[in-house]
Design a protein around this ligand. Structure first.
Ligand SMILES: Cc1cc2nc3c(=O)[nH]c(=O)nc-3n(C[C@H](O)[C@H](O)[C@H](O)COP(=O)(O)O)c2cc1C
Length: 374
């Protein structure tokens, strides 16, 4: 039997109406949320979640992390995520270490806000010396940790020996971690997958090697390289990694909701979870998970109108930060926001080709006018 919990939430829209020195509340609307089950934290999880995540000497007051996402997790996106998840560790997009060796000016993807903490700069490459040099530049920019990408499946990266191809070359991966650890005094972490193919799942040995080489945390995306992003993430492998390592293990893959984040922690015993595609067009997710982990209470999800207001803010901020190219980049974000309400498909069509901020905001405003107020 499905247990139905009916949550009465007084969503207070306090419209102040001053009449003859008095203040009256004009209306208060009531939202009824029906959930099939209420999520609850076990006493053991509560205890774990009440303690900070320790990455080497760094203490992070949240056990949910925003993943690095190339083309997405720029400074503008991270500001939105951090509004709801101020304590969470966030990552830049991955930065090519060899590229850094040859340029005088650092790429904009390494830019971080002065008070943006905690923040990690993620690097990719296969040359230990270039990675060490790049890591020093990352620390000079203000990175609290340096993360090495050993999970990217893209051919352009793997054919040059970087990303997930390091899973097939654990000696080089180990040499990278040792060299980078020597070069910087912030914690060095690794983000990887469970193996190259289903027949080559080597994360247990690989993870141990990373730990022995000096990595202070490992994030495991529970898919193989050949899976790309398809098929379910195999969390059972993350549980096995957690059983053999002493450093914190962060579980990644298929965390699209608070419920999935909780289930993943329960099933893997991981030290934290990292949200990825679930945050596309939804910068609220990390904050929702963080709030639940800290309080045991689920936040009310934003309404379609709130999400669309956020989309407009995202568009404006990208334009302010990157100019016209920011508007082009905003197109994909805008289409991700436009989901889950009547007329969303039509709106996506318009947003996919916006040329200016005004065009984008007008299209969204027109869609908002068609939506019910709550
Ligand atoms: C658009 C996109 C960009 C990504 N960029 C990076 C990246 O720069 N560095 C990285 O380590 N992983 C990157 N990833 C992988 C994600 O961080 C994550 O490991 C993966 O999406 C699995 O989590 P999910 O199933 O919750 O999406 C990217 C994934 C996507 C979809």
């Amino acid at each position: 039997m499905v247990e139905l919990n009916i949550l009465l939430v007084f969503h207070q829209k306090l419209v102040k109406n001053i009449i003859n020195h008095g203040i009256t509340v004009e209306y208060t609307d009531i939202i009824i949320q029906v959930r099939s089950t209420m999520l609850t934290l076990s006493p053991e999880l509560k205890q774990k979640l009440a303690t900070p995540l320790k990455i080497g000497d760094l203490e992070v007051k949240s056990r949910v992390l925003q993943s690095p996402l190339s083309g997405v997790t720029d400074l503008v996106f991270r500001r939105l995520v951090r509004r709801y998840a101020p304590d969470s560790m966030m990552y830049t997009e991955m930065v090519n270490a060899t590229g850094l060796h040859y340029v005088k000016q650092l790429p904009r993807i390494m830019e971080i806000d002065p008070n943006e903490r905690p923040i990690s700069i993620q690097l990719f490459d296969c040359r230990p010396d270039f990675l060490a040099e790049a890591a020093q530049k990352a620390v000079a920019e203000g990175a609290d940790t340096v993360d090495i990408n050993m999970g990217c499946p893209v051919n352009k990266i793997t054919k040059n020996g970087g990303g997930s191809s390091l899973l097939r070359d654990p000696e080089t991966a180990e040499a990278i971690v040792r060299r980078v650890v020597q070069a910087v005094d912030v914690p060095v972490t690794v983000k990887t997958r469970i193996g190259w193919t289903d027949k080559e799942i080597n994360i247990l040995d690989f993870g141990k090697r990373m730990e022995d080489a000096g990595a202070k945390m490992i994030t495991v995306h529970g898919r193989t390289r050949s899976q790309g992003y398809t098929g379910p993430a195999k969390w059972e492998w993350i549980r096995r990694v957690k059983e053999v390592l002493s450093i914190p293990v962060i579980a990644n893959g298929d965390i699209f909701s608070v419920e999935a984040a909780l289930r993943c922690l329960e099933e893997t015993g991981a030290d934290g979870v990292m949200c990825s595609r679930g945050t596309l067009g939804y910068p609220f997710l990390v904050g929702e998970v963080d709030y639940f982990f800290k309080t045991g209470v689920e936040k009310i999800n934003p309404t379609p109108i709130e999400r669309l207001e956020c989309a407009k803010e995202h568009l404006r901020a990208l334009w302010e930060y990157k100019g016209e190219s920011g508007v082009c980049q905003a197109r994909k974000h805008l289409t991700w926001y436009a989901k889950g309400f009547p007329g969303a498909g039509e709106l996506r069509g318009l947003l996919a080709v916006v040329e200016t901020v005004e065009q984008g905001c007008d299209a969204i405003d027109r869609a908002i006018e068609q939506l019910p107020a709550s």
